[in-house]
Structures are given as structure tokens and as C-alpha cells.
Ligand binder design. Structure first.
Ligand SMILES: Nc1ncnc2c1ncn2[C@@H]1O[C@H](COP(=O)(O)OP(=O)(O)OP(=O)(O)O)[C@@H](O)[C@H]1O
Ligand SMILES: O=c1[nH]c(=O)c2[nH+]cn([C@@H]3O[C@H](COP(=O)(O)O)[C@@H](O)[C@H]3O)c2[nH]1
Ligand SMILES: NC(=O)CC[C@H](N)C(=O)O
Ligand SMILES: [Mg+2]
Length: 546
């Protein structure tokens, strides 16, 4: 894996470090981010880590949430040595359940009601010599928090006191009476938990006494040095550049590092939005001086996707087709460069992969469940992953989140419009069609999406939401138009707000605007007779439909 901090001396040898042990939650990495945002250095390792294998001592340990149930056979456990270390421990959700279960396996059971979403938490002031309630110090008597669990603590573990509860969960917060061991059922790392970062600050800074003195340093310079070393002074690099902020930032970095040995390629999948490819080419040329080659792959994508409706099957086909086309391009570039000063093998393949793409695609650092195969990660053909392909992956942004990449894009002087552009997934409109991907269906989505986004821009609210799009349900519904019966498809509109695309909330449109958008889509797009607005948060939904 590309390690973005490889150039620096291991920060855990210099800075007080919180160790996050990952039990596979989709939001484990956010714990790191929140801690780093407090300037407390944190590292994440799989829950299977043996403390004896570490050559450093953490200032504190966080046990993350996870999809398993502690009472199931084979559920992940933790190295018991963490309890002998004497450093503070905080269990979050699964981590909290595990702390209770290790004391007595009767302490945790399957709940009667799922508790997914926001709820009110009552904080209990219990005082005590060391202040067992100091995890919530300064946070008042109640908090609005985010929960995502089914199992729960049914008994208070021996030696512990209750420091918080909700209507559904009597032991939503527990603390050991004399040792610095805490457990919380809520997720402080999720932005929906009010003052969640303060809970983590209390743990890391007050309880673990970690110094908040860590800074990321100059990512650009470090990364350019790292890329030059990795690529050497002969090899060429081709880059998958979509016009999205991630690949644009990655391309800009690569161009700076190796100049014209870098070749930016955009694949026209036939699944892009209205006029997108030409607009992207123009923007990259004008603003960044990047010469983009557009490869027309539409015919190939449509023929391979014919008859396919299952989302993961679509994603795998798309991931493979991208690579097939890039490998062909690599050969073409090598041939063309043969007699020129930049002749050299095209060894590397640049992608703008982010952490969110990784965590949802792969079992990355712990046992997290695969939600969907992002085309650029889990959708890649096996040869890209096992080192047998002619191209090796280079992904400078793979440990970063969207907001960090945007900040980095600004550092590189990339235009604000591009920095703030809503993400558009590589598989494009294909994963916004529930049903078969045909040219006719894609055309319908394109028109509806163009109306939706134009009206959002006209209303001046594009930057108030993080991502918006129109999709198509190829099931049909009855309607009446001009006194006649119509039987057409259903357009699904989705717009969300999100900080890092790991969780999201539906955007609250003025209802009149939503009605105007629906009316235009039904009137102007042949074949669509209904329009619905998707109000699902993430979780439990995802941002894309497939
Ligand atoms: N049509 C395309 N042509 C070439 N590469 C692409 C295309 N679509 C996606 N990619 C590659 O896949 C990566 C992941 O896509 P993703 O959509 O997550 O990022 P992005 O397009 O760079 O940014 P954004 O998330 O803002 O759309 C991109 O960074 C890029 O390397
Ligand atoms: O390049 C991409 N290739 C993919 O296969 C892919 N799937 C989802 N996305 C984008 O990732 C973010 C989170 O999406 P989900 O909530 O649907 O997982 C959202 O911004 C999605 O648009 C993708 N991007
Ligand atoms: N988010 C979590 O950690 C969930 C823990 C456990 N799987 C439950 O459902 O209760
Ligand atoms: Mg994109």
C-alpha cells in the first residue's frame, strides 16, 4: 500500500499517539480523522494486532465499532495484553460491547429494537475519585447523538458505573470505577453526534494526556519527492483523469513531479453526463495546462453491459473495461514515444482513489463488510491487485478524505469551481439506472439530470449540497397526460449534504422548487411519468443507488 507518510520518521516515535484498533466499522477511519483534527496523532491497526509486535507504546487505545456480534463464534476479539498496559481504553459500539462481554458473556445480548440514527443521550454525573464521568466533562446533561446498533449491554459490567443512557439503551455509556476504561454505545466520530469531537478530545487530551501538537506538514512537497523516487527518471505514467477533483489533484501533482512523462487519459464510457467530456478537456487545458486525451469506449461499455442488471456485476464489468482500455493506451503511448527523448516503459497507472472508495470496497485494515465495489478498487481486475499486470497502481490520495483533498487542491491553486464540483462516480450513469443499461435509458437520465442540476444552479444552491443527481427506475408506473393513459419509468432524484461522503443527509429542498423540477422532468423527458425524491440518509442508504 502507498504510505503517504513514508518520507517522515514514524510519527508515533515523536508524537503521543492514540492507537485505534479496527473491528471493521465503516466509520473507524473517522475516529482517526477527528483525533487528527484535534492535532492528536492517531494510527489505525487491525483488531488482530498483537501488542508485543508494536515497537511503540500508545498513549491510549480506542476499540472501534464493527459489523459482528460479540457473542457469535468467530467474532473478532482483542489482544488481552491491552489491559495490562495501563493506558486508557475507550470502546465504541462493538468495542464497548466487547469490553462488557469480556468481563461476563451474559452482559451483551441481541436487542429487541434496532437503534439506527439520531437519539438523545442523558449524561449521568457520577463524580467519584477520578471522575468516572470525565469522558463527558463540560458537555452538559444531554447530547444529541448518533447510534447504529442492534446488540446491547443488558447488565452493567462488574466494577463499572453508568455514565450515560438513552430511552432504548440503559448502558449507553459506562466507565470503570477505578481504572481508565470507558465504553460508549454512540458513535462520537460521526458528524451527527453533537460535540462528538469533544468526547474524543476529553478521552485523548484529558484522560490519555496526549499532547495536541501533531500537524500533517507539507503534503505536496513530500508527495512530489516520493513520486519522483518511486517512478524514477525514465518510466512513463498514464493517469485516469475524469475531471473530478480527486483525479485532477492527483494529475496536477504528477505533472509537477514528472512533467511530460505523464499522460492524462479520460475514458468516454458513454455513461457520462451531457457534454461532460468536452467540458472537462477544455477546463483541464485552460486552468491546469494538462493535455487530456479522450478515449472513446462507449461501444465497448454498452456491449459488455447488455442484459446486466445486478449492481456488483455492472461494477466489475466497468472496472475491467476501464483497465482494458488503459492497457491499450499504455501500449500506444510507448509506441509513439519510441524515438523521442521521453521514450520509456509506461509502468505506472495513476488513479485519484480516496479512502472512502477503499473502505467501502475492500476489507482494508480490519474485518469491514464489502458494501460496494468502487470501480477503481474492488472493481479492478485481479491482475491489477496481484502485481501481474503490466501497469502498477499509484494512488497518492488513497489515505485522504474528500474535504482533505479539496483543501489540498486549493493549496495547488486549482480553480474553486473545480475544487467544489460534486463528485461523479467512475461507473457514471450505469449505477444510476435500476435495471438494464441501454443507450435509451442513459439518454433519459442525462436529460433529467441536466434539468435537475441546471435548476439547482439557477436557484443558487449548488454549493449548499454535496452531491445531487437524477437516476432512473426502469420499473413503470401509470400516469395521465393530455387525457391519455401513460405507462412510463420513474425518475429518482437524490441530493445530499455530507462532509466526507461516509455519511450523508438528504438535502432539504424548498418544496415549490422540488415540484417545479418534477414538472419539467415529466414534461421534457420522454418515457418518464413519475418523479420521486429520495429522503434516505447514509447510513442506512448509500449515496448512489447501486
Ligand atoms: N471517465 C473516466 N476516465 C478516466 N478515469 C476515470 C473516469 N472516471 C473515473 N476515473 C478514475 O477513477 C478515479 C475515482 O473516481 P472518482 O469519481 O471517485 O474520483 P474523481 O472523478 O477524480 O473525483 P470526483 O469524486 O470528484 O468525481 C478517478 O480519480 C479517476 O482516476
Ligand atoms: O469513482 C467512483 N467509483 C465508484 O465505483 C463509486 N461508487 C460510489 N462512488 C462515489 O463515492 C461516494 C460515496 O458513494 P456511496 O455512498 O454510494 O458509496 C459518492 O460520492 C459516490 O458518487 C464512486 N466513485
Ligand atoms: N456499529 C457497531 O459497532 C454495531 C455493533 C453490533 N454489530 C451491533 O449491531 O450492535
Ligand atoms: Mg468522478
Amino acid at each position: 500500500m502507498a504510505d503517504i507518510t513514508a518520507e517522515a520518521a514514524a510519527p508515533h516515535s515523536t508524537f503521543d499517539t492514540i492507537l485505534v484498533l479496527d473491528f471493521g466499522s465503516q466509520t473507524s477511519h473517522l475516529i482517526l480523522r477527528r483525533l487528527r483534527s484535534l492535532n492528536v496523532y492517531a494510527e489505525m491497526l487491525p483488531c488482530t494486532t498483537k501488542l508485543a509486535d508494536l515497537d511503540w507504546t500508545p498513549a491510549g487505545i480506542v476499540l472501534s465499532g464493527g459489523p459482528s456480534s460479540v457473542y457469535d463464534e468467530g467474532a473478532p476479539r482483542v489482544d488481552p495484553a491491552i489491559f495490562d498496559l495501563g493506558v486508557p481504553i475507550l470502546g465504541i459500539c462493538y468495542g464497548c460491547q466487547l469490553l462488557a462481554w469480556l468481563i461476563n458473556d451474559k452482559n451483551v445480548a441481541r436487542g429487541e429494537a434496532r437503534e439506527y440514527g439520531e437519539t438523545d443521550l442523558t449524561i449521568h454525573n457520577v463524580g467519584g475519585a477520578d471522575g468516572a464521568d470525565r469522558l463527558f466533562e463540560g458537555l452538559g446533561d444531554t447530547l444529541h447523538v448518533f447510534m447504529s446498533h442492534f446488540d446491547k449491554l443488558v447488565h452493567l459490567p462488574e466494577g463499572f458505573v453508568t455514565i450515560a443512557s438513552t430511552k432504548n439503551t440503559a448502558y449507553a455509556g459506562i466507565a470503570h470505577q477505578s481504572k481508565p476504561i470507558f465504553g460508549i454505545q454512540l458513535h462520537p466520530e460521526i458528524s451527527h453526534t453533537n460535540r462528538g469531537t469533544d468526547i474524543l478530545a476529553n478521552f485523548a487530551i484529558k484522560i490519555c494526556k496526549a499532547q495536541p501538537n501533531w500537524e500533517m506538514g507539507n503534503f505536496t512537497e513530500k508527495e512530489i519527492v516520493r513520486i519522483r523516487k518511486l517512478v524514477g527518471d525514465k518510466a512513463q505514467v498514464i493517469g485516469a483523469v475524469s475531471g473530478g477533483v480527486d483525479s485532477t489533484v492527483a494529475a496536477r501533482l504528477m505533472k509537477e513531479a514528472i512533467g511530460d512523462r505523464f499522460h492524462a487519459i479520460l475514458v468516454d464510457t458513454g455513461l457520462m453526463r451531457l457534454n461532460e467530456c468536452q467540458e472537462v478537456k477544455k477546463t483541464l487545458q485552460e486552468h491546469l495546462g494538462i493535455n487530456l486525451t479522450i478515449v472513446d469506449g462507449a461501444e465497448l461499455f454498452f456491449s459488455r453491459l447488455a442484459g446486466v442488471v445486478e449492481p456488483e456485476a455492472k461494477r466489475k464489468i466497468i472496472g475491467e473495461t476501464f483497465i482494458d482500455l488503459f492497457e491499450k493506451e499504455a501500449i500506444r503511448i510507448e509506441e509513439e514515444a519510441k524515438e523521442t527523448p521521453r521514450a520509456g516503459k509506461v509502468e505506472w497507472f495513476l488513479q485519484g482513489t480516496l479512502y472512502a472508495d477503499l473502505i467501502e470496497s475492500l476489507s482494508f485494515k480490519g474485518p469491514s463488510a464489502t458494501i460496494k465495489s468502487h470501480h477503481n478498487v474492488g472493481g479492478l481486475p485481479a491482475r491489477m491487485m496481484n502485481g501481474q499486470a503490466q501497469l502498477k497502481l499509484i494512488e497518492p490520495l488513497r489515505e485522504l478524505f474528500k474535504d482533505e483533498v479539496r483543501a489540498f487542491g486549493r493549496q495547488l491553486g486549482i480553480h474553486e469551481d473545480l475544487v467544489m464540483r460534486h463528485p461523479f462516480p467512475g461507473p457514471g450513469i450505469a449505477i444510476r439506472i435500476l435495471g438494464e443499461v441501454t443507450r435509451e435509458h442513459v439518454e433519459m437520465v442525462r436529460k433529467a439530470d441536466h434539468i435537475f442540476i441546471s435548476m439547482i444552479k439557477e436557484a443558487g444552491i449548488y454549493n449548499e449540497m454535496s452531491q445531487a443527481y437524477a437516476a432512473l427506475d426502469t420499473n413503470r408506473a401509470v400516469g395521465v397526460m393530455g387525457d391519455s393513459r401513460v405507462y412510463g419509468m420513474i425518475c429518482i432524484l437524490r441530493a445530499v449534504t455530507s462532509v466526507d461522503f461516509m455519511s450523508a443527509e438528504p438535502f432539504e429542498f424548498p418544496f415549490q422548487l422540488l415540484k417545479n423540477i418534477c414538472r419539467r422532468i415529466v414534461n421534457e423527458v420522454d418515457g418518464i411519468t413519475r418523479v420521486v425524491y429520495d429522503c434516505t440518509s447514509k447510513p442506512p442508504g448509500t449515496i448512489e443507488l447501486e
